[in-house]
Design a protein around this ligand. Sequence first.
Ligand SMILES: Cc1ncc(COP(=O)(O)O)c(C=O)c1O
Length: 367
Amino acid sequence: MDNASVPVRVRPDVLSFPAYRQGRAPKKQGFKLSSNENPFPPVAPVAAAVGRCDGFNRYAAADLTELRTRIGEKFGVSADWVHLGAGSVSILYQLVQACAGPGENYIHPWPSFEAYPLLGIASGAEPIAVPLGGSAVHDLAAMAAAITPETRAVLLCSPNNPTGPVITEGQFAEFMERVPADTLVVLDEAYAEFVDREEAVNGAAVLQRYPNLVVLRTFAKAYGLAGLRIGYGLARPEIWQATRPTMIPMSVSLVAEAAALAALTPEAEAELAEQVAELNRRRAQLVSELQRLGISVPEAQGNFVWIPETELPVTAQQFAESCAAEGILVRPFPGHGVRITVAEAESIPAVCGVVAAILGGENDGEQ
Ligand SMILES: Cc1ncc(COP(=O)(O)O)c(C=O)c1O
């Protein structure tokens, strides 16, 4: 886009940047497997709490103390270590904008969460994308080597969206040794609840060891509150105090706060844990069906499975279009691969049917 077609003057660097694209809803009856949402309807205690929620002519309490205290109890820290945002993505923006400005940079893995390259636009910080290594895991050695005196933040994503593997505790400890003590490290654990690999780093468990660490979690994925927009970060209180000016004020809604409190009750947590266990069974099923079709996928530790483009006889975009023709929306990363959310049980044979047809088409062509 250029300024000539916009009625006001917009920064040229902003105009030249592609905006974040949200997963679309399917046009016909089908499956939305493009946004890593929880496919189950809200659990009863959460639905009841939202139903009871009136009084939203008022803002939520300014400091959201009850919810921060409750989250703090879950992780063994006090409320001042907990910060809430309208989705964890808003906390990512707050942190990068607060730490990195013009002439400075932040480092992120790639492919990874598609918002990462956009976080520095408003503050003028440069995103430095470090390609994933083999097996679609973070190349932590390359990320450490990319740190310069101008680096103000490093983002890590475990499990990595869109590819799936976790960072292990050992890899994380080794990496932290190489990061300057005054450089922010954000460990984005948006999909932590789906992780079942024991060696995976658990941010909350190592938080006390690293004063420069922020651990990000969300209610949008396993907790099923994507549409209400609420996520949180765990870190030393000084980090939250220092980065408050770049937070969007009053962005956590009263309804989201009530839903999150209800989601943390033992009854809701038990129901949600069952949903996660069921989704993890479906994840294993999708992985093994794909393997049976001859498609090899990296370790899947989130609520999604990654098909590298190299495993397909067509491009990621073409694969996504074939899925869309069947009413299935998946997320293509052009030149890299396709991410498929683990969701409705019936979506698994539907996706595998598309894969089989594409592979069959390839074989037809070869005959
Ligand atoms: C790795 C990662 N981090 C953060 C987010 C943002 O989640 P939310 O803002 O809904 O909490 C997402 C959403 O897809 C994600 O994949």
